[in-house]
Design a protein around this ligand. Structure first.
Ligand SMILES: [Cu+2]
Length: 114
């Protein structure tokens, strides 16, 4: 009979976890961005305005890169050969430049919210 309360509390925890943790990780739109040879691919991303955007950045280079954008208020270091997630928005319609701070001359792109 002691297993029942345990099962209930585990269920309660998972429900609470789902309820309170999901919104933090949720976004309305998912975008994939690749870093390769110190370049962003694609260099231009179109997203919906007024929505939260989750950008999954896949750094295929062996070296780390820092995704940076003043307009998006985002900054994240992504180690070599790994992925990083940046959540931005909701954004007003417009163009938001981003770049790789460690290779700023080559790694450049723009996110267009419309
Ligand atoms: Cu920075």
């Amino acid at each position: 009979m002691r297993k029942m309360p345990l099962a209930v509390s585990a269920l309660t925890l998972s429900v609470l976890f789902g309820t309170f943790m999901a919104p933090l990780a949720q976004a309305d739109e998912d975008i994939k961005l690749v870093i390769e040879n110190h370049l962003f691919v694609p260099t231009e991303i179109r997203v919906s305005a007024n929505q939260k955007i989750r950008i999954v950045i896949d750094n295929r280079d062996a070296t780390p890169e820092e995704f940076e954008s003043q307009g998006l208020r985002a900054e994240k270091v992504i180690p070599g050969k790994s992925k990083g997630v940046v959540v931005v928005g909701p954004l007003k319609p417009g163009r938001y430049a981003f770049y790789g701070e460690f290779n700023a001359k080559t790694a450049q792109g723009v996110l267009i919210a419309e």
